[in-house]
Design a protein around this ligand. Structure first.
Ligand SMILES: [Zn+2]
Length: 212
């Protein structure tokens, strides 16, 4: 099951986007997981890294570039974690009944979603999970990335990509982290251009869950 323990890196292993060319563990940086394994709290709950994570998009109120932007996040996610997000089509849904096995990307507005306000550009997460027999490892089997059209759609495209990466970080299992990380709840103050070292280590670890 291909555990990646590579922890060294150099400039040659970075892509143009400034991301490592393969899942990498860094000694610096901070990351937190949304949920950890009940039988081993050092290990995260995540998606089965050996299956596609299907992504559908509800285009109501969506930005014109959302499909291309999701493709870009998927490409980066595969590179830095080994997790393979795959776009499977348009959706009319606003919720996914668990366990859907999919991540739904949709847009909402504060006017019809009381949990959104101007200070929130989006939210993401995966809450449904199942256990793999026989080792009782828990896996996510469905999640959402919900973007606040009132806020997200007015952001610059560069900001949208950062918000989308942050929300997909949540969707695959990362919680908010302190420090200069894209998963910081106030990441925007850090002028980051992409996932930082803690984010990248957390994503690499999420891709190292055993296959099932
Ligand atoms: Zn967040």
């Amino acid at each position: 099951m291909g555990y990646l323990t590579d922890s060294h890196h150099d400039s040659d292993s970075y892509s143009e986007a400034g991301l490592p060319s393969h899942p990498t563990h860094y000694a610096d940086g901070t990351y937190r997981f949304m949920r950890t394994q009940p039988l081993d709290p050092t290990q995260p709950v995540g998606y089965n890294p050996c299956r596609f994570i299907e992504v559908e998009i509800n285009y109501a109120d969506a930005t014109p570039t959302i499909a291309a932007d999701v493709e870009r996040i998927a490409r980066d996610m595969l590179q830095v974690s080994g997790l393979h997000l795959r776009y499977v089509g348009a959706s009319q849904r606003t919720h996914l009944a668990p366990p859907s096995g999919r991540i739904l990307v949709s847009f909402t507005r504060a006017s019809n979603d009381t949990s959104m306000n101007d200070a929130i550009a989006g939210r993401g997460g995966s809450s449904s999970y199942t256990s793999g027999y026989p080792d009782q490892t828990l896996y996510y089997v469905g999640g959402t990335v919900t973007l606040n059209a009132d806020t997200y759609n007015r952001s610059t495209h560069d900001q949208q990509l950062l918000i989308l990466a942050h929300e997909f970080g949540h969707a695959v299992g990362l919680a908010h982290a302190p420090g200069a990380e894209l998963m910081n709840a106030d990441a925007w103050g850090y002028r980051l251009h992409h996932w930082a070292h803690g984010d990248l280590t957390g994503l690499a670890r999420l891709g190292e869950l055993p296959c099932r």
